[in-house]
Each structure stands twice: as C-alpha cells, then as structure tokens.
Design a protein around this ligand. Structure first.
Ligand code: G6P
Ligand code: MN
Length: 442
C-alpha cells in the first residue's frame, strides 16, 4: 500500500548540508513520500546559491514533489507536517569565533564542547525559542525535528521553555554515524546492530552491542579498537581533523576500556593535547568552509541553467539527512524503529536527575522518542555526567535569566575549562563578540 505523503519544511535551507538531504529524500521517497518541500531561510542569498541545484534535482528525480523557496515564516510554518530544522545562528563567522577565542586562553576550541559550545548554545537558544514560538502560533501539530547544535543545551532549554510541547525532537547523528562505523568494522549490516548507550548528547558511551539474534559483538569491537585505529565508515571523505578525532577514541580506551565513548568525549579528557594540536588561525570552521561548503556550492553552481542532471554530481552523502528522514518516517507511520534518542531521564538512569535530558538507546514512533531503561550507572560515569549536566543547566539558566554569574559557574564547571580565571577571561571575550546575539547582566 502506498504511504500517505507529507508536507515538509526545511528550516535553514541555506545550509550546505541541505542538497544532500534532498538526495536522501529522493532515496527514501517510497518510505517517506512528500508532496511539498518548503525551503526556508532568512538568508536568501545563501539559500539562492543552491536553489538551481535544489530545483533541478527534484525536477529530475522527484517531480511529484512541489518545491517552494521562501524567506517568509508564515509560508514556511503555517501549513506543514514536519519541520527539518538545522539553523546556525551567526553562521560560519560566529562558529569561527567560538572555536578561536577559547584557543587564545589555551582552552579547547570546539563548536559544541567547552566555551565555544556555551557561546553557540546562547545563540541557538534564542533562535530556537523564536522559531518554536512562531511555529506554534500557527499549529500545535507540526513536528519540529531539530538538528540545531549544541543539541544537549538546545534540548534542555526547549524542555524548560516549552515543557508541554511533545512535538519537538532534538537529534544528533553522531551515535548513528558511530554505529555505521562499527557495522563496517564488524562486517555486519547496520540494521543488525542492537546497541546499549547512555550519556548526555556529545557526552556518552556505548555500553553493549549485540546482533539481532542476541550474539555479543561488543567484545569483538573492543578487542578490535585495542589494536586498530578507529576510522569512520566514510573515512575517505573525511578531513584530517575528523580522522584524528576518531583515533583519539583508541586513546581514551587505553585508559578506560569498559565502554566505548562518543568521539566528543575526548575534548573533556585530552583537552591539553587537543589545544596543543589546534591551529588558532585555522579551525574546523575554516576546514568545513574550504571543504564541504565549497564543494557543495560548486556542485550547485554547475546546475545553473541546466535542464538535466547530466554531468552534475548528485549529492546524497549525508548521515544527518538519512537520520532526519528515517526519524520522520518512524514518526509518520508509527514504526517505533530503534534510534539513540534524547529524552527526559524520568527514571531511565535511576541514579541521575529525573528532569535531565539524557541520550540513550530507544525508539521513535507517533508519540515521539522513548528511551529504554538503563538502571544505575557507575560512579565514574555518573560523576562525569553530573558535572556536564550542571554546566548545561547553568548555561540554559544563564540564557533565560541573562545571568553572568550562572554563565561563569557553567564555564567553571566545564571540564575543558575548570579555572574560574580562564572561565572569566574567555566569557568576557566571547561576550564582547556576541553582542548582536546575547547579553548577560552582572
Ligand atoms: C557530527 C555531530 C554534529 C556536528 C557535526 C559537525 O555529525 O554529531 O552535531 O554538527 O558532526 O560536523 P562538521 O563537519 O561541520 O565539523
Ligand atoms: Mn551532534
């Protein structure tokens, strides 16, 4: 039976990740058919750079889907079933500041971890708050699938600001990407893998892995990671910094090999070494701009004035895009497929605050995400998570109350900072470049 089709809005359609997302929608058109795609961005020029490609690829491979480009929120949000949202408030320029300013003080320069993540979090909370208010002024039914980073802070903040809203789902593709990489190492299909995972977003661990028949694969994977470099499944398409990031998982496991950490754990464990290796003049923001973004814009440019896709590369290579579409599919047809999800703890981790947003293995269906029961976690993980959760919470409260003191407390608690002296210097510096986005009161 043919599945019912939906209207979707891509909010942040000026993102260089979007053309590949369209490729994924094409790949999945039988599984998650769409009748209309509304491309929305407040930056028309950026979105416009990809418009010719976006139109052409859909005309060629998805003619049944109507496509609309708009900078008008009402057109984007008033009649739509799913919003796929990936906004980057302050764009690449602010990402660059988030990464470079901490490095001036010998602190990790990363977009979602440490002071950079704090600063980005403050911008995203404002952008997402306005977005959710706008969307809900039109409809309570529309699903907001949100990929906006730093997802841990955004998820917690949205839960605080919109506690009754059951149709916002915050997503991260890193666990999904890691599972793809495990599947490649273990030479099994990703669909065969049944993981156990707990933590906070960008701060968690795989604790078990089986196949569907119940055979243990975790031991095999841990053994492999003891003597082989960990590589992403798509290593050949990854920039050097990402390859280094994966290999540092091996390093973590030389110290603690009980569980397998997310790649982001390294910023909290090996901060000094990472700072040492960073180039304060050229960070991931530059690499992403000179790499992925440039390639995507060039491909899109090559579509201008064309009527067929002949000689034009079709972009499909996106873990994020696949995840978004699979999640929408699982909600739309109530499939309860397994995903690693961000949900309110509410007793899943029995010795962790009920109101925290945790990341655990679970399922997604018509009522959103459900986490699987974890039980009690051990002191090492609990200790790490408590500190990180307090940092996230204080960041959200600093945003909601415009509190400088809470911001300073947040940064001092962050394992990449620790020193209140450095926390203050980096906070003041970040604040001075962020005036257009956030202000704190002393
Ligand atoms: C992973 C993370 C995302 C993050 C992305 C950054 O996929 O899960 O949260 O946005 O990496 O990738 P980039 O190539 O922009 O550095
Ligand atoms: Mn992520």
């Amino acid at each position: 039976m043919k599945r019912k089709s939906h209207i979707i809005t891509i909010a942040g359609a000026g993102s260089a990740r979007v053309p590949a997302l369209l490729g994924n929608l094409i790949e999945y058109k039988d599984r998650f058919p769409v009748s209309k795609i509304i491309m929305y961005d407040i930056d028309n020029e950026r979105m416009g750079q990809m418009e010719a490609y976006d139109r052409l690829v859909l005309k060629c491979y998805y003619p049944e889907a109507e496509i609309v480009f708009t900078t008008d929120a009402e057109t984007a949000y008033s009649k739509t079933d799913f919003i796929f949202c990936q906004m980057r408030v302050g764009k690449g320029e602010m990402r660059s500041n988030d990464e470079k300013i901490p490095l001036k003080y010998g602190l990790v320069g990363q977009e979602t971890c440490g002071p950079g993540g704090f600063s980005y979090g403050m911008r995203s909370l404002q952008g997402m708050k306005e977005m959710v208010e706008k969307v809900r002024s039109y409809s309570k039914e529309t699903w907001i699938l949100n990929y906006t980073n730093p997802a841990a802070i955004v998820a917690l903040g949205l839960d605080r600001m919109f506690p009754e809203d059951k149709r916002i789902l915050n997503l991260c593709d890193q666990p999904y990407s890691l599972l793809k990489s495990y599947a490649k190492i273990l030479e099994v299909d990703q669909e065969e893998l049944v993981p156990k995972y707990f933590g906070l977003n960008h701060f968690g661990w795989f604790t078990d892995l089986k196949d569907k028949a119940g055979n243990d694969l975790f031991e095999k994977l841990r053994t492999y990671l003891r003597d082989h470099d960990f590589q992403p499944f798509n290593a050949e398409q990854r920039a050097k910094s990402w390859l280094d990031t994966y290999v540092r998982v091996n390093k973590y496991m030389k110290f603690f090999d009980e569980y397998i950490p997310t790649t982001y754990m390294q910023y909290y464990m090996f901060a000094d070494e990472i700072v040492e290796e960073s180039d304060p003049e050229y960070t991931r923001a530059d690499e992403a701009k000179d790499g992925r973004e440039k390639e995507v814009f060039e491909t899109c440019k090559s579509a201008e004035g064309k009527t067929t896709m002949e000689g034009i590369e079709m972009l499909t290579n996106s873990v994020f895009g696949k995840l978004m579409v699979e999640v929408a599919e699982s909600i739309a047809y109530d499939l309860n497929n397994p995903f690693v999800v961000m949900v309110k703890n509410n007793g899943l981790i029995t010795n962790f605050p009920a109101e925290a947003i945790v990341e655990v293995d679970g399922t997604i269906g018509k009522d959103g995400a459900k986490g699987n029961y974890v039980g009690e976690i051990k002191p090492f993980y609990k200790g790490l998570m408590e500190g990180q959760y307090a940092y996230e919470l204080l960041t959200v409260e600093a945003f909601m109350e415009k509190s400088y003191t809470k911001a300073l407390q947040a940064l001092t608690l962050n394992r990449t900072v620790i020193s209140p002296v450095k926390a203050k210097m980096v906070l003041d510096d970040l604040m001075s470049v962020s005036k257009d986005f956030w202000v704190l009161e002393k």
